[in-house]
Design a binder for this molecule. Structure first.
Ligand code: NAG
Ligand code: NAG
Ligand code: NAG
Length: 450
C-alpha cells in the first residue's frame, strides 16, 4: 500500500483499527474533558467580563463631574479641648491603649513607641462654649474659618497617600483611638489606585463621609470615568458654589483616550454614590488655624498659629489666593523651575539651561518666612494667624518632610514602608492666672508600618 492510501483508508488494516480505537477512547478521557472545560472557561470568562463591562446598561449610571471645587473648608472646626487637670503619667496612657490593642501590644514594649506619647484627647473635655476664652477665641476666627455650620471636633487626623492600603489605614486609626464622634479624618489625596484594596478604602470613606482632597490618581480616575461615560471635561471652579465667575474656571483636558488600565478598571465601576463623594473632594482644604512650629525638632510652638492648607502635591508660593491655584500643579508638583520659580514640574530631575529645579517647599518656606518677618515688624497690624502652612503627600521619594511651613506625609505605604499621619488639635493652655489662658494649636505625628 502507498503512503497516501494509509491515510485515506485507515480502517482497512486491523492494527490501524485498534490504534484508531485507542485514540478515540483517549479523546473521551476525563482529562480531555477537563481540559476542554478549562479552555472554554479561559476563553469564555473574559468574553463575559467584556460584555458585562462594556454594555452600557450593565455599567453603573453616570453622574456629572464638572465644576469641582478648587478650595473649600472642612465641615468641622477644632473646638478647643482641656487637658485633664491631673496630668496622667505616660504609662497610664499606654495601659488605656493596651486594653484595646490586643493584637498590637508589641508597641507597648518598645521604649520609643509613639503610642505612649499619644495623649488620649478623645477623653479630654471641650472648652465650654459659654466661657470668655472660647468667645474671645471665636472672635479671632473669620467667617472663612468658622461660620457656625461646622461640627465641633477634638482632632483633625491628616493621613498621607493611602493608595488602597486599607488594613494599614485601619491599624493607624486604631492606634490613635479614632472616634468618629470627636475626630475628623482628612485624606491627603491618592487614597485610591496602586494598592489592592481601593474599593474598601472608597467604600469606607463614602460610608463614613471621610474628609478628602483629590490627588493625581483620583483626577486620572475621574478623567477615565468622564471618557467612559462620554461626559464633558473636568472643570474646576475657584469658589465653592456654582455662582462662579466663568473666567476663574480651569479645565483638565480629557482628550487623551485611555486603555484598560488599573485606573480605568476603578473608574468603570464607580457608582453614582461614589462619584457624589469624590465630587465633593476639593483640591485644597482651607484648614484655618494650625500648629505653628518654629524649631527644627518641631517641639516649640510659636505665639500665633499658622493658616493651614491640605493638598495632595503642593501650592505655588506666588499665588496669594488658594482659589486661584493651578489644579494641575496642586495635584502633581514636586519641583519649581528656574529662573523665576513660578512654574512647577512633577519631575525632580528637570533642568532649565543647566540649572536644576528645586523642591517647591524650599520656595514656599522662604516666602512664608519673609512674609511672617514683615508682618511681625509691622506692629500696627493685628494678626491672629501668621504664615501659611501646607500639609501634603505625593512625594514618597522624599518621604516625610517637616519644615516650619510645610509637612510632607507620604511615607510610601503602598511600597511597604509606612502610613503616616499628623494629628492636630486646639488645646487650652492654662496659666497660673486663669484669665491668661490661651488656645494653642498642637500636633502629634503618628505612623504605622505597612
Ligand atoms: C469675571 O471677572 C472678570 C475679572 O475680574 C471680569 O472682568 C468679568 O466681568 C467677570 N464676569 C462676570 C460674569 O462677572
Ligand atoms: C522671569 O522673570 C523676568 C522678570 O520678571 C521675565 O522677564 C522673564 O521673562 C521670566 N522668565 C521666564 C522664563 O518666565
Ligand atoms: C502695616 O500694616 C498696615 C495696616 O494693616 C498696612 O497698611 C501696611 O501696608 C503694613 N506695612 C507693611 C510694611 O507691611
Amino acid at each position: 500500500m502507498t503512503v497516501e492510501n494509509t491515510e485515506a483508508t485507515p480502517l482497512v488494516e486491523n492494527e490501524d483499527e485498534n490504534s484508531q480505537y485507542e485514540e478515540l477512547s483517549h479523546t473521551k478521557s476525563p482529562l480531555y474533558r477537563y481540559s476542554m472545560f478549562a479552555l472554554s472557561a479561559i476563553i469564555g470568562i473574559p468574553i463575559l467580563y467584556f460584555f458585562l463591562v462594556f454594555l452600557p446598561n450593565e455599567a453603573p449610571d453616570s453622574e456629572n463631574i464638572y465644576d469641582l471645587a478648587v478650595a473649600s473648608k472642612p465641615k468641622v472646626y477644632l473646638h478647643p479641648v482641656i487637658r485633664p487637670s491631673k496630668v496622667k503619667a505616660e504609662s497610664e496612657f499606654a495601659s488605656e491603649y493596651g486594653e484595646e490593642l490586643n493584637g498590637d501590644v508589641e508597641f507597648l514594649k518598645d521604649p520609643d513607641s509613639p503610642l505612649k506619647k499619644i495623649p488620649n484627647i478623645p477623653k479630654w473635655e471641650y472648652l465650654s462654649s459659654q466661657s470668655e476664652l472660647f468667645k474671645s477665641h471665636l472672635e479671632q476666627l473669620t467667617e472663612k474659618e468658622f461660620d457656625g455650620s461646622e461640627r465641633p471636633v477634638k482632632r483633625l487626623i491628616l493621613v498621607g497617600d493611602i493608595h488602597g492600603s486599607f488594613k494599614p489605614l485601619m491599624r493607624l486609626l486604631k492606634r490613635v483611638k479614632y472616634n468618629a464622634k470627636y475626630d475628623e479624618v482628612l485624606m491627603l489625596g491618592d487614597f485610591l489606585a496602586k494598592g489592592k484594596h481601593s474599593t474598601e478604602v472608597l467604600d469606607w470613606a463614602v460610608k463614613n463621609q471621610i474628609g478628602c482632597v483629590l490627588g493625581n490618581h483620583e483626577i486620572e480616575i475621574l478623567k477615565r470615568y468622564a471618557q467612559f461615560h462620554g461626559l464633558p471635561k473636568l472643570t474646576f471652579v475657584g469658589r465653592h458654589g456654582r455662582e462662579m465667575n466663568e473666567t476663574m474656571k480651569s479645565e483638565i483636558d480629557i482628550k487623551e483616550t485611555y486603555d484598560l488600565d488599573d485606573l480605568m478598571r476603578i473608574a468603570k465601576h464607580l457608582t453614582p454614590k461614589q462619584i457624589e463623594y469624590l465630587r465633593e473632594c476639593p483640591l485644597i482644604r482651607e484648614l484655618g488655624p494650625v500648629p505653628h512650629l518654629t524649631n527644627r525638632k518641631q517641639t516649640h510652638y510659636f505665639d500665633y498659629p499658622a493658616e493651614g492648607f491640605a493638598v495632595h502635591a503642593g501650592l505655588m508660593w506666588n499665588v496669594k489666593n488658594a482659589h486661584e491655584q493651578n489644579p494641575v500643579y496642586v495635584t502633581t508638583m514636586r519641583n519649581l523651575l528656574p529662573p523665576n520659580w513660578t512654574e512647577a514640574t512633577e519631575n525632580k530631575h528637570d533642568q532649565v539651561d543647566g540649572v536644576k529645579s528645586e523642591p517647591w517647599t524650599k520656595h514656599w518656606n522662604l516666602f512664608q518666612d519673609l512674609q511672617v518677618r514683615k508682618q511681625l515688624e509691622n506692629k500696627t497690624e493685628s494678626t491672629f494667624m501668621l504664615g501659611k502652612k501646607v500639609y501634603y503627600g505625593h512625594d514618597a521619594g522624599r518621604g516625610l518632610r517637616f519644615k516650619p511651613y510645610s509637612t510632607g506625609l507620604d511615607s510610601g505605604c503602598v511600597y511597604g514602608v509606612a502610613l503616616s499621619s499628623e494629628i492636630l488639635w486646639a488645646e487650652v493652655e492654662q496659666s497660673a492666672k486663669s484669665e491668661d489662658s490661651k488656645v494653642v494649636y498642637k500636633h502629634q505625628f503618628v505612623q504605622v508600618s505597612c
